[in-house]
Design a protein around this ligand. Sequence first.
Ligand SMILES: Nc1ncnc2c1ncn2[C@@H]1O[C@H](COP(=O)(O)OP(=O)(O)OP(=O)(O)O)[C@@H](O)[C@H]1O
Ligand SMILES: [Mg+2]
Length: 255
Amino acid sequence: MGKIITISNQKGGVGKTTTIINLGYALSLLEKKVLIIDLDPQGNATSGIGVRLNDSQPTIYEIMMTNLDIKSALIKRNNIDLIPANIHLSGATIELINEPNREYKLAKALDKIKDDYDYIFIDTPPSLGLLTINALAASDEVIIPVQCEFFALEGLSQLLKTIKKVQSSINNKLVLNGVILTMYDIRTNLSKEVYEEVKKYFEQKLYKTVIPRNVSIAESSSHGISVIEYEPKSSGAISYMNLAKEFLQQVSIEV
Ligand SMILES: Nc1ncnc2c1ncn2[C@@H]1O[C@H](COP(=O)(O)OP(=O)(O)OP(=O)(O)O)[C@@H](O)[C@H]1O
Ligand SMILES: [Mg+2]
């Protein structure tokens, strides 16, 4: 049975989308069947894997707001499948407010497709609003990318509180898969200090593999491909391959 994993952090620009695209691609190279759900109105996961939407292509917005079958929105690209998003999704938060079961729209849609994949990753916007709640409600696990910077842990208590709230009231099977440090700079003491600080807080939940700050990663997303395709020998590509191997060894325990 497929495992559904949300990648979330309400801080913007910490590497959520980059991690979805590259971890997803790395896992597909390891023979896993991967689906990416773009649940961010910015549509960065969609454009980041090189998909340009035309007007007739259904997106996750239509899937959540109507009874349209999720398979009608499926886009296949190389080894990875995608349910795309675009700016229309920004209306969903308001349109869903008075709907019954508004937190479960995504979970319901994914039920029909869950068993077709090994892993389904959900990319969330930088907020803890209804879209992120839908993602957490639909998921078995959550991964938190944390950018290596001075206030790395700032705001995380709010995210953990949200996860706990979802666990107790909406989805009690949800567990924390792990925390991934992104944009790690081996030349700075700050990165080492942040690693130690996050390690103290999350202990064995922190992935040993860190994702370095690497220009090939940034360039690859503007080309609409993973860094593994773009520059397979780069430190970014090697790290995401290592992350995928560590991910497959990960055993989930509760937050
Ligand atoms: N390890 C890295 N090295 C260099 N650049 C990176 C790295 N990871 C991400 N980036 C770049 O940083 C920017 C932000 O990354 P990304 O879009 O993945 O963050 P995000 O958390 O999804 O942002 P948002 O909250 O807006 O959705 C992008 O331009 C991306 O290419
Ligand atoms: Mg993003």
